[in-house]
Write a protein that binds this ligand. Structure first.
Ligand code: ADE
Length: 250
């Protein structure tokens, strides 16, 4: 039977999701609150990891070892890196890379030492399901769950879904210079965030299927700190709840 672990870094990225849970049961482990229950008919455990690769890895490992999840879903926001990737778009990862992993000259840049992996693929089947769910949410539901004001504020005209490489590192990218460096070394990256590739590594090591969903909150440029805060406060959780609902109903 399926038990879905659902991680977000911050409260603002998952607000309201546990309100839809039937028979919620909370328990604390390692300074995090895990809430188990039934979400739209699916056995699930929701948790906030906080920010960064270590926080995300500890959370994923606990979900697997302590709460017995069979699948892991991460839902949150990211900075847009790809040329066509705009605020309000959704990026579903098909591959993840830790952009701050560099053990040269002992190992190739980005390779996770002694695993032979530099790009961690997400589960193909779960990722396809999540991508279909996200597309359905964007096309059929987004206009119902964001206000007119927010549509104007964030210029959400026709948000799109992208499938591709997501880069994670313990760094909030907020300058054109850093963004340019990242594009030079990893030209295919669509979005940058701080947890996905850590969850990917833990799930790879435990042999568990996982998928990473990211709504673009900012352009990883000088405006990123302000855009990010506004976006997570106003709309991020609408995306998370809407997409997770579509995933559970598939
Ligand atoms: N998450 C959302 N925006 C981000 C950015 N610009 N850098 C890193 N993580 C992010």
């Amino acid at each position: 039977p399926i038990r879905l672990g659902i991680i977000s870094a911050l409260q603002q990225e998952q607000n309201g999701l546990v309100d839809f849970m039937e028979h919620p049961q909370a328990s604390t482990r390692g300074m995090r609150n895990y809430v188990g229950g039934t979400l739209w008919g699916i056995d699930a455990v929701c948790v906030l990891s906080r920010v960064g690769k270590v926080a995300a890895a500890a959370t994923a490992a606990t979900l697997i070892e302590r709460f017995g999840v069979t699948h892991v879903l991460f839902t949150g926001v990211a900075g847009g890196v790809g040329e066509e990737v705009r605020v309000g778009d959704v990026v579903v990862a098909d591959d993840l890379v830790q952009h701050d992993m560099d053990a040269r000259p002992l190992f190739p840049v980005f390779e996770i030492p002694l695993t032979g992996q530099s790009r961690l693929p997400s589960d193909r089947h779960l990722t396809q399901t999540v991508a279909r769910a996200a597309r359905r949410f964007l096309h059929e539901e987004l206009h119902e769950v964001v206000t007119e004001d927010d549509r104007h504020l964030f210029r959400l005209q026709e948000p799109r879904l992208h499938l591709g490489l997501v880069a994670s590192g313990d760094e909030f990218i907020h300058s054109r210079d850093r963004l340019g460096d990242l594009r030079t070394v990893l030209p295919e990256v669509l979005a940058v965030e701080m947890e996905g590739a850590a969850v990917a590594q833990v799930c790879f090591e435990f042999g568990l299927p996982f998928a990473i969903i990211r709504t673009i909150s900012d352009g990883a440029n000088e405006a990123a700190p302000i855009d990010f805060l506004q976006f997570i406060d106003r709309v991020a959780s609408r995306y998370a709840v809407g997409i997770v609902k579509q995933v559970c109903e598939m």
